[in-house]
Design a protein around this ligand. Structure first.
Ligand SMILES: *Cc1c(COP(=O)(O)O)cnc(C)c1O
Length: 386
């Protein structure tokens, strides 16, 4: 099966991991800090906090902004469940904003409408979590403008968008947000096996996330509630977690980061091939905004089912049965049983639900060969046109 996404591990990544294994520190050593610096420098942002997953990064991002019981946070229904779950971990309520039918990102038109109603009803969100779907940035200048008008924080879920740009700023620069979050899961753009990072320009948020990653413990006397007893002393000043990234993971991340730009360029080349080859099929190829340079984490087409003699499932199963590992990103989060129990229904976010009827993710990763692309395209023609 050709998977929809796949990591590339080279000898240099393996060597970086082995070097750490032969060193004094497997965790809490110098390499995590180096990885944080390297990513922060790449993004043009001041601070990075490396953690054991993108989900953990989202969780400490929410906590550092003070999100808790009684607060509401909005995200998009077309995302991985973690973008909403992080809010629930804090005891806050989630609501969703429907998607834009072209970019599949949170619609800023729907966002503005929902904000104007929420203002009247007195239930404005404490934060909004836009997700850069497939690696194409949301319209962050507009979301930022709305955040100033209505007063909410912004956490970018940039799990898909490592290596992407928005208005010539690297995604992760936090020019338009309080915090941006990356994931380094193997299907994402670069990997540390499991891993994530929260980025910010705000020193207070940085220090808070840094503490939350490691049990809420500080060794900085300035942050202690009372005077330290002595040189051995640390203080737990709040309830934190063990969300630490290992030195091994960070070393792999530093090694992978060197190939990030080449990976994204390669993803673009493959996407362009797909665009060209799929031109004659009754499908919609990805829409690209002028001011956003996508990382092309995912290549998603929409089937024009009224022009196709098969059902969605027949197309999907037809491709899978001959080794083309297509996927569906994502099942609208509000229709998951857990969220239904919280009161969401089918019909709540029609654009997201329509998308779910038609969206199909084709395999895309930097080492996908021309022969594989041809096979995938050929199979698509056969399955869709027969
Ligand atoms: C992958 C992903 C996450 C979670 O990342 P993990 O590193 O797997 O915890 C969160 N949000 C989105 C949109 C993702 O794709």
């Amino acid at each position: 099966m050709i998977p929809y996404g796949k990591q590339e591990i080279l000898q240099e990544d393996i060597k970086a991991a082995v070097d750490v294994l032969n060193s004094d520190f497997l965790t809490q050593g110098p390499v995590v800090g180096k990885f944080e610096q390297a990513i922060a420098q790449y993004c043009g942002v001041k601070y990075g906090v490396a953690v054991n997953s993108g989900t953990s990064a989202l969780h400490i991002a929410c906590l550092s902004l003070g999100i808790g019981v009684g607060d509401v946070v909005w995200t998009t229904p077309i995302t991985f469940v973690a973008s909403a779950n992080c809010v629930r971990y804090c005891g806050a309520d989630v609501d969703f904003v429907d998607i834009d039918p072209n970019t599949y990102n949170m619609s800023v038109v729907a966002l503005e409408q929902k904000l104007s109603i929420a203002k009247i009803q007195g239930n404005l969100p404490k934060a909004v979590i836009p997700v850069h779907m497939c690696g194409q940035s949301c319209e962050m200048d507009k979301i930022k403008w709305l955040s100033e008008k209505y007063g909410f924080f912004i956490i970018e879920d940039a799990s898909h968008a490592v290596g992407a740009k928005y208005k010539n700023n690297p995604v992760g620069s936090c020019k338009f947000s309080d915090i941006a979050v990356f994931s380094f899961h193997p299907v994402k753009i670069i990997t540390t096996a499991e891993g994530g990072m929260a980025l910010t320009n705000n020193k207070i948020l940085f220090e808070k996330m840094n503490r939350l990653r490691s049990h809420g413990i500080t060794r900085n006397p300035d942050h202690m509630i009372h005077e330290p007893d002595g040189a051995w002393y640390y203080q737990q000043v709040e309830l934190g977690f063990n969300y630490r990234m290992t030195e091994i993971q960070a070393a792999i991340g530093i090694s992978q980061l060197k190939r990030l730009d080449a990976y994204v360029a390669n993803r673009h080349k493959i996407a362009e091939k797909y665009n060209k080859f799929l031109d004659n099929l009754p499908v919609k190829t990805p829409y690209c905004q002028d001011d956003a340079y996508s990382s092309f984490h995912l290549y998603i087409i929409r089937l024009h089912l009224n022009e196709i003699k098969k059902t969605y499932s027949q197309v999907f199963d037809g491709l899978r049965s001959v080794g083309v590992g297509v996927h569906l990103h994502y099942i609208p989060v509000h229709t998951q049983p857990y969220y239904r129990k919280l009161g969401f229904h089918t019909g709540d976010f029609p654009e997201a639900e329509r998308y779910y009827q038609e969206a199909l993710t084709l395999p895309l990763y930097p080492t996908l060969t021309d022969a594989e692309i041809e096979y995938i395209v050929h199979t698509l023609y056969t399955v869709i046109l027969n």
